[in-house]
Design a binder for this molecule. Structure first.
Ligand code: ZN
Length: 279
């Protein structure tokens, strides 16, 4: 996906992809029958679908903020083969006129490997910050959960993506709700994980929300179409309802973390069916 740029009040937002990777269709659609989800996206012979890792670059006029950092380039050869990761984030950032040194703030909605992979790169076998001048932020509960290395989801938590930054003091872990810089704040929407953040971008009376894996693509607008990855599917449903209750009447721009075609859209509710609003 090529970069998309819009203005939101005084801010400029650019959707930056780390590239398309392949994921199991069943993992993305959980209990939804394939005959239904295949109307939205076709699977390949191995039942895989192509999805994107979408980051957002926010230029506030004062700071340059990067929300999410994709899969990155630290996977093992075997993992790279499985995911077919393209490692495009830095290239696409460059196309948007931003060098790694230009990033002031990095925000990770949660610490799954496909959301914080470019936080660090290996230099002589040691994980060092990709964005040397940035302050990084992530949810504290995510880090605690990842550190437990539970059977269910330890593959998702790769400590080199964050532990070196925490040790050096470059990454700050925060609880619940916080304003990171004026106009950019975070709030927990539980379900995908217990402590995943949505990132709110507000300027000039307008709101955009990086809702992350709570609504990963435009195919997942139906409140019951939750992913098999979600740790708390019932809470996902409640969190989505809560989100729509505010996002639709207040006309928030919803940002989709894994959609390969549509990085963001406004939503509407027509007789209880949530859909994309025609712009
Ligand atoms: Zn996730």
């Amino acid at each position: 996906m090529t970069n998309h740029t819009i203005t939101l009040g005084d801010f400029e937002l650019t959707a930056i992809s780390d590239g398309i990777y392949v994921a199991d269709g069943g993992a993305f659609f959980g209990v939804v029958p394939k005959v239904l989800w295949e109307r939205k996206v076709k699977a390949d012979a191995l039942n895989r679908i192509g999805v994107s890792c979408n980051s957002v670059l926010v230029r506030t006029g004062k700071q340059t903020v990067l929300i999410e950092t994709g899969i990155g380039n630290k996977l093992t050869e075997k993992q790279k083969k499985i995911w077919e990761s393209q490692e495009k984030l830095l290239e696409n950032l460059h196309a948007a006129g931003a060098a790694p040194e230009d990033i002031d703030i990095v925000i990770n909605s949660h610490l799954h490997f496909d959301h914080c992979g470019w936080n660090t790169v290996y230099k002589n076998g040691v994980a060092v910050p990709t964005f040397p001048k940035a302050k990084y932020y992530a949810p504290e509960g995510e880090w605690k959960h990842g550190s437990l290395q539970l059977e269910r989801d330890r593959v998702s938590y790769i400590s080199d993506n964050y532990d070196p930054l925490i040790r050096s003091g470059q990454m700050q872990l925060l609880g619940g709700q916080a304003e990171i810089v004026p106009g950019i704040s975070v709030m927990v929407y539980p379900g995908h994980t217990r402590n995943m953040w949505a990132v709110f971008i507000r300027s000039g009376g307008k709101t955009a929300c990086y809702i992350s894996d709570l609504i990963p693509t435009t195919w997942h607008l139906d409140v019951t179409w939750v992913m098999a990855y979600d740790l708390f599917p019932l809470e996902c449903i409640e969190s989505r309802k809560l989100y729509y209750l505010q996002a639709i009447p207040e006309q928030w721009l919803t940002i989709f973390t894994h959609d390969p075609h549509t990085p963001w859209a406004h939503l509407e509710n027509v007789n209880g069916k949530i859909s994309l609003k025609k712009e």
